[in-house]
Ligand binder design. Structure first.
Ligand code: IPM
Ligand code: MG
Length: 360
C-alpha cells in the first residue's frame, strides 16, 4: 500500500529525530512492501522564520490531504529565542495548539512503559522499578485551560492575568469513551485524574465519566485527585493501566510518567480525532540545548511512528516489528546519552536510527 505522511520536523532536535523515524518507516516499507511518501511541512519557529506565523493555512490543508502526520518538536529557548519576543498567539507553541484544534485531535495517547533493559535508568526505588509498569495516559487535547479565553489587563490599577478552564459534557464523553475502549484491549482498568475537591470542571468530568463507565461493566473504574496521582506515579506506578485526564493535568503528568521510564526521550504519543487520522509526535520538547549535535534520543519518535502504523494504518504486524526492533537494540546494549549508565558507551541519534532500521 501507499501511505501519505505529512512530516513536520519543526525546531531544535525535531529534524534529526524525525529523520530517524523516516529511516525506520522506509525500512518497514522495504520489508513489508509498502510505500511511505513524506510531504515536508513547516510549523513552529521554522515557520515563523519563513512565513512570519507558526502555522499557515497551507500546512493545515496539506496535512489534511495526508493519511497521518509525523511530527518532531517545536519551540526554542523561551528566554533567548527571538520567537518569544512575539505576542503569545504568534509563538511556536500557538502553532502546535492550532494544528491540534484544526485537525480536531482531541485524544492524546501517551504510553509509559518501563523496558526491563532500562530499569537502571529508572529513577525510582529499585523494588518499584523491579515491579515495572505499563500505563496508557490519555490526555484531552483540545479543551480546558489551553484553549479557554485568556487575557492580561489592568483591573482597578492592578495588572491581572486571566485563563479560563471550560469543558462541556460532550468533550468529556468522547474522550472517556476512547479511554474505556482502549482499556478493553488492555488490563481493563481506568483511573480518572481530577481535582474534584475544588474544581467544577472536575466534578463534571466525574459525572460524565461515571455514566460512560456504566456501559463498560468489565472495566474497573477508579478516580484519583491529581496531586495524589503525582505522588502515586513515583510511589507505585504499577497500579495504573489507563489514566484518563484533562488537558493541563495530562501535560504535567505525562512528563512525569515519561521520566520514570528512564528518559523523556522514550515516550511516544498519538493524537487522534474521530477518524483514523492522527498526529504522531514524541512527548518531549525541542531540547534546543542539544539540537544539531547528533546526541538526541530518537526512540520516542520512532515509537510514535509505530503508533502511526497501528492506529492510523491498521498495520499491527509492522508496528510490532518496529517495537521489537527497539527492544532488540536496547537488549543488545545500545544507548543514547540520556539512557546510558555513568561511563557506559553511547551511540548518536543517527546511529540509533540505523540500528533500529536494520532490525525491523
Ligand atoms: C506537549 C507540550 C505542548 C503542550 C506545548 C509545547 C504547547 O508540552 O505536547 O506536552 O503543552 O501540549
Ligand atoms: Mg508537555
Amino acid at each position: 500500500m501507499n501511505y501519505r505522511i505529512a512530516s513536520i520536523k519543526g525546531d531544535g532536535i525535531g529534524p534529526e529525530i524525525v529523520t530517524q523515524a523516516q529511516k525506520v518507516l522506509n525500512a518497514v516499507g522495504a520489508v513489508y512492501g509498502h510505500k511511505f511518501e513524506f510531504t515536508e511541512l513547516l510549523m513552529g519557529g521554522c515557520s515563523i522564520d519563513v512565513n512570519g506565523v507558526p502555522l499557515t493555512e497551507e500546512t493545515i490543508v496539506k496535512a489534511r490531504e495526508c493519511d497521518a502526520v509525523l511530527m518532531g518538536s517545536i519551540g526554542g529557548d523561551t528566554r533567548t529565542s527571538p520567537w518569544y519576543k512575539l505576542e503569545p498567539s504568534k509563538r511556536p507553541e500557538a502553532g502546535l495548539l492550532g494544528i491540534r484544534k484544526a485537525l480536531k485531535l482531541f485524544a492524546n495517547l501517551r504510553p509509559a512503559y518501563l523496558y526491563p533493559e532500562l530499569k537502571e535508568a529508572c529513577p525510582l526505588k529499585e523494588e518499584v522499578a523491579d515491579r515495572g509498569f505499563d500505563m496508557m495516559m490519555i490526555r484531552e487535547l483540545t479543551g480546558g485551560l489551553y484553549f479557554g479565553n485568556r487575557y492580561t489587563k489592568e483591573i482597578d490599577g492592578v495588572i491581572t492575568a486571566v485563563d479560563t478552564l471550560t469543558y462541556n459534557e460532550n468533550e468529556i464523553r468522547r474522550i472517556a469513551v476512547k479511554a474505556f475502549d482502549i482499556a478493553m484491549k488492555r488490563r481493563k482498568k481506568v483511573t480518572l485524574i481530577d481535582k474534584a475537591n475544588v474544581l467544577d470542571s472536575s466534578r463534571l468530568w466525574r459525572r460524565v465519566t461515571e455514566e460512560v463507565a456504566e456501559d463498560y461493566p468489565e472495566v474497573e473504574y477508579l478516580v484519583m485527585l491529581v496531586d495524589n496521582c503525582a505522588m502515586q506515579l513515583v510511589r507505585d506506578p504499577a497500579q495504573f493501566d489507563v489514566v484518563l485526564t484533562e488537558n493541563m493535568f495530562g501535560d504535567i503528568l505525562s512528563d512525569e510518567a515519561s521520566m520514570i521510564t528512564g528518559s523523556i526521550g522514550m515516550l511516544p504519543s498519538a493524537s487522534l480525532n474521530e477518524t483514523k487520522f492522527g498526529l504522531y509526535e514524541p512527548s518531549g520538547g525541542s531540547a534546543p540545548d542539544i539540537a544539531g549535535k547528533d546526541i538526541a534520543n530518537p526512540i520516542a519518535t520512532i515509537l510514535s511512528a509505530a503508533m502511526m502504523l497501528r492506529y492510523s494504518f491498521d498495520l499491527d504486524r509492522e508496528a510490532d516489528a518496529v517495537e521489537n526492533a527497539v527492544k532488540q537494540v536496547l537488549k543488545e546494549g545500545y544507548r543514547t546519552g540520556d539512557i546510558a549508565k555513568n561511563g557506559e558507551p553511547t551511540v548518536g541519534c543517527s546511529m540509533m536510527g540505523d540500528l533500529i532500521a536494520e532490525r525491523v
